[in-house]
Design a protein around this ligand. Structure first.
Ligand SMILES: C[S@@+](CC[C@H](N)C(=O)[O-])C[C@H]1O[C@@H](n2cnc3c(N)ncnc32)[C@H](O)[C@@H]1O
Length: 211
C-alpha cells in the first residue's frame, strides 16, 4: 500500500463496489433525498469502506445532501487503514473507541448507524482475539438508543445464521420495540447471492427504522 495519503492504493475497491450495491438496494431512498446534513456512523467498521461508499452514493443521488461520517473500532490498525481509505473524511472522525461505552457515540443522535459483519457466531471481538456476545448485545442496545427518531440501523451479515443471530439479539433488547423492521434480505431472497468474488463479503442486509 502506498504511504502517500494523497494517492492511496485502494485494495478495497471491489468490496466498496459491492457495498455500494448493497446501499443502493437497501438504504431507504428517503434518507438520501433529505437536504442538509445527515449524521452517519459505522460501528466496528475496521477499514471503513462504507464511509466512502456512502458519501459517493449520496453525491450522485442528491447534491443537496452532506454526509457527516464517523467510525468507531477497537482495532487501531483498522482505524489507521480507514483514515487512508476515506480521504474525504477528516482523520479525527475515525476513532479507536469501545462501542459498548455509550459515550463513544458522542452526544448527538445519529441518522444512520451502520454495522457491517459483527461476526456473532464466533463471538470474535477483534480479528485476532476471542470475545463474547455480550459485547454485541451492548452495542446493539447503544445503537438503538443513539438513533434519532426516523433514523436507520443498517446491519449486514456474512450469512443467514449470522443474520438470524443479529435479529434474535436485537429482539432481546429492551428498546427493540422502538424499531420497525424494513428489510430482512438474505442471499436466498435477494441479489446478495454473488459468489466467487474472492473476498469475505456480506450476503444479508437488515434494515430497521427508529420510530
Ligand atoms: C468481523 S470484524 C468486521 C469488520 C468490518 N466491519 C468488515 O465488515 O470487514 C468486527 C469488527 O468489530 C470491531 N469491534 C468488536 N467489538 C467492538 C467494540 N466493542 N467497539 C468497537 N469495535 C468493535 C472489531 O475490532 C472488528 O474490526
Amino acid at each position: 500500500m502506498s504511504d502517500n495519503p494523497e494517492t492511496p492504493f485502494d485494495p478495497f475497491v471491489k468490496q466498496r463496489r459491492w457495498y455500494t450495491e448493497i446501499l443502493t438496494n437497501y438504504l431507504p431512498i428517503e434518507l438520501l433525498q433529505r437536504n442538509g446534513t445527515i449524521r452517519a456512523i459505522s460501528i466496528g467498521g475496521a477499514e471503513g469502506l462504507e464511509g466512502q461508499a456512502l458519501i459517493e452514493l449520496a453525491k450522485i443521488i442528491n447534491p443537496g445532501l452532506n454526509i457527516y461520517f464517523e467510525a468507531l473500532d477497537l482495532d487501531e490498525g483498522g482505524i489507521r487503514k480507514s483514515r487512508r481509505m476515506n480521504p474525504n473524511v477528516p482523520a479525527e472522525n475515525f476513532k479507536v473507541a469501545d462501542a459498548t461505552d455509550i459515550q463513544s457515540f458522542g452526544l448527538e443522535p445519529w441518522d444512520l448507524i451502520i454495522i457491517r459483519n459483527p461476526n456473532l457466531k464466533t463471538g470474535v471481538i477483534t480479528w485476532k482475539e476471542g470475545g463474547g456476545h455480550e459485547n454485541w448485545n451492548t452495542i446493539f442496545q447503544n445503537s438503538i438508543d443513539k438513533l434519532s427518531p426516523g433514523g436507520y440501523l443498517f446491519i449486514t451479515n456474512y450469512d443467514e445464521d449470522e443474520q438470524q443471530l443479529t435479529l434474535d439479539m436485537l429482539k432481546s433488547e429492551k428498546n427493540f420495540p422502538e424499531l420497525q423492521i424494513l428489510h430482512l434480505n438474505s442471499n436466498k431472497t435477494s441479489s446478495l447471492s454473488k459468489k466467487g468474488t474472492g473476498f469475505m463479503l456480506e450476503r444479508t442486509a437488515s434494515v430497521f427504522r427508529k420510530l
